[in-house]
Design a protein around this ligand. Structure first.
Ligand SMILES: Nc1ncnc2c1ncn2[C@@H]1O[C@H](COP(=O)(O)OP(=O)(O)OP(=O)(O)O)[C@@H](O)[C@H]1O
Ligand SMILES: [Mg+2]
Ligand SMILES: [Zn+2]
Length: 259
């Protein structure tokens, strides 16, 4: 795209500060100079948002509108800590110990809400990222492979490998096959090797999140399956290597509460 079309796109609603040129004149210590106008970044953020594929239900999800339960002090404290962690991650990325986040918790506790909040916060800062429902991504990749034409539509697969920030929502919600395990392992390995941020949500159990096998202590809120059983040992191990674990406290399902 040449600069002129770029400018005319940005100037759709002509910016009052720069008149659509993308540059504004600033005076500093008596010397005037040109500086990039804020509207340039606003245009970029708008385009990044359009491409991020965030489902309409979560379009407005943010840490600011994440409600802490008033009636459950234990969950309230735990969720306040989670919210702080997400805020800190968005603020500090990419200078964070692990590039991604792994939300583990029961259905309706706000995992996708917070994962989207993190992704949206990073997009707001100018980073590029894409939301994928885990199963939908696998279906799309598979339909590409199955095409009789022999030409593979690997667009979804490539996007999952290459995007700067990948949100994989509801990992392992369905039955695994060797094919699924291999595909997930290759995506996760590629992203891990290149230290690319991956934000994951799941309601599978995992010993790291305090769910022991057969302990009988875990609540019935979780899926009865373990992460390792659904995505394989290798993908699981890499997820923990590249993601900070966020174990969601047990709270009442927000979807049921809202009704
Ligand atoms: N604490 C909260 N404050 C405000 N909205 C919330 C909160 N928790 C959840 N929600 C909303 O409730 C709905 C369900 O939450 P969400 O989809 O994030 O749950 P989840 O943990 O991802 O569940 P699942 O495991 O079923 O995918 C969403 O619309 C979300 O925006
Ligand atoms: Mg979810
Ligand atoms: Zn401007």
């Amino acid at each position: 795209m040449n600069t002129d079309t770029h400018r005319s796109n940005l100037a759709e609603e002509t910016c009052a500060t720069c008149g659509g040129s993308g540059w504004k004149i600033v005076e500093r210590e008596g010397i005037s100079g040109a500086e990039k106008c804020e509207c340039v970044n606003a245009g970029r953020v708008g385009r990044l948002k359009e491409r991020a594929n965030i489902p309409p239900l979560y379009e407005k999800a943010s840490v600011d509108n994440f409600v802490l339960p008033p009636d459950n002090p234990v969950a309230r404290t735990a969720l306040a800590t989670v919210a702080l962690t997400v805020r800190g991650y968005v603020r500090d990325y990419p200078s964070v110990p692990k590039p991604g986040l792994l939300f583990i918790g029961a259905p309706g506790c706000g995992k996708t809400h917070l994962a989207v909040a993190a992704l949206a916060g990073l997009i707001e800062r100018g980073f590029e990222g894409v939301f994928f429902d885990f199963q939908a991504l696998l279906n799309r990749i598979r339909s590409g492979y199955d095409q009789a034409s022999g030409t593979m539509d690997r667009e979804a697969y490539k996007a999952a490998l290459d995007t700067e920030i990948l949100l994989l929502d509801d990992v392992g919600a369905h039955r695994v096959t060797d094919w699924v395990e291999d595909t997930v392992t290759s995506i996760v390995t590629h992203r891990c090797n290149n230290r690319k941020a991956t934000i994951v949500t799941t309601n599978l159990r995992d010993p790291e999140a305090g769910n022991q096998r057969g302990s009988g202590l875990e609540s019935d809120l979780y899926s009865k399956f373990f992460l390792e059983e659904r995505i394989g040992m290798r993908a699981r191990s890499r997820l923990f290597e590249m993601c900070r674990l966020i174990r969601m406290p047990d709270v009442e399902d927000y979807r049921l509460k809202k009704r």
